[in-house]
Design a binder for this molecule. Structure first.
Ligand code: CUA
Length: 190
C-alpha cells in the first residue's frame, strides 16, 4: 500500500472508532437512566414484584381447592383479614366487580386459567401478573372510597382490550356491615 493509502486507512479507522465510542457512551447513559427509573419507581411507589412462589394446578381450578367459583370474591377470614380471590381467563375476571374496604390492608390471591393475564387497579399500587399454574399474592391498602377501573394489562389474545374489571372501595364500616361470616362478597349484579 502507498503512503497515502496508509494514511487514509488510518484516518477512517479513527473516525469509525470515534463514532463507536460516542454510541457506547450514549447506550450506557440510556441503560443508566433506565436503572435509575426502575429504582425510583420501586422505592417511590412501592411497586414490588410478588415475593414468594405458590403453585396451583390450572386444570383443576374449577373443580376443587381455593379457586372454585363459590369461593371467589372478598372474604373476611376468621382472623379478621380481608382476602380477595379471583381468577383471570380469556377474556374476563371472575368476579368482574370486587368489593374492598378503604383504609384496611387487603390481600389479593389470584391466578389465571388459560393464558398470561394481569391487572392494575387505578389510583393504587395494585399491579400484578397472573400466570397459569401460579398464585399471585400481594397486599395493599386503598385509601379513598370510590370505584376504580381494573384493566388486564398483559396481552392475552384478541379480546385483551375488552378485558376489564371494577373495584368498589367502600367505607370500612359500610363494608363490615355488608360482610357476613363465611360469605364471599362481590359487586357483580345478581
Ligand atoms: Cu387478559 Cu389481557
Amino acid at each position: 500500500m502507498s503512503a497515502l493509502g496508509d494514511h487514509v486507512a488510518h484516518a477512517s479507522e479513527a473516525v469509525a472508532e470515534g463514532a463507536e465510542r460516542r454510541w457506547a457512551i450514549v447506550v450506557m447513559l440510556i441503560i443508566g437512566l433506565l436503572v435509575v427509573m426502575v429504582i425510583f419507581t420501586g422505592v417511590h411507589w412501592a411497586a414490588m414484584p410478588p415475593s414468594r412462589v405458590e403453585t396451583v394446578d390450572p386444570r383443576t381450578l374449577h373443580i376443587s381447592g381455593e379457586f372454585v367459583e363459590n369461593n371467589l370474591g372478598t372474604a373476611v377470614e376468621a382472623d379478621g383479614k380481608v382476602v380477595v380471590r379471583l381468577i383471570a381467563q380469556q377474556y374476563s375476571f371472575e368476579p368482574q366487580c370486587l368489593v374492598v374496604p378503604a383504609g384496611v390492608p387487603v390481600t389479593f390471591r389470584a391466578t389465571a386459567t388459560d393464558a398470561i393475564h394481569g391487572f392494575v387497579v387505578e389510583k393504587s399500587n395494585a399491579n400484578v401478573m397472573l400466570v397459569p399454574g401460579f398464585v399471585a399474592t400481594f397486599t395493599t391498602t386503598f385509601n379513598k372510597t370510590g370505584e376504580r377501573l381494573m384493566p388486564c394489562h398483559e396481552y392475552c389474545g384478541t379480546g385483551h382490550e375488552a378485558m376489564w374489571g371494577r373495584v368498589q372501595v367502600l367505607d370500612a364500616n359500610e363494608f363490615l356491615a355488608k360482610s357476613k361470616a363465611g360469605e364471599r362478597m362481590s359487586c357483580v349484579p345478581r
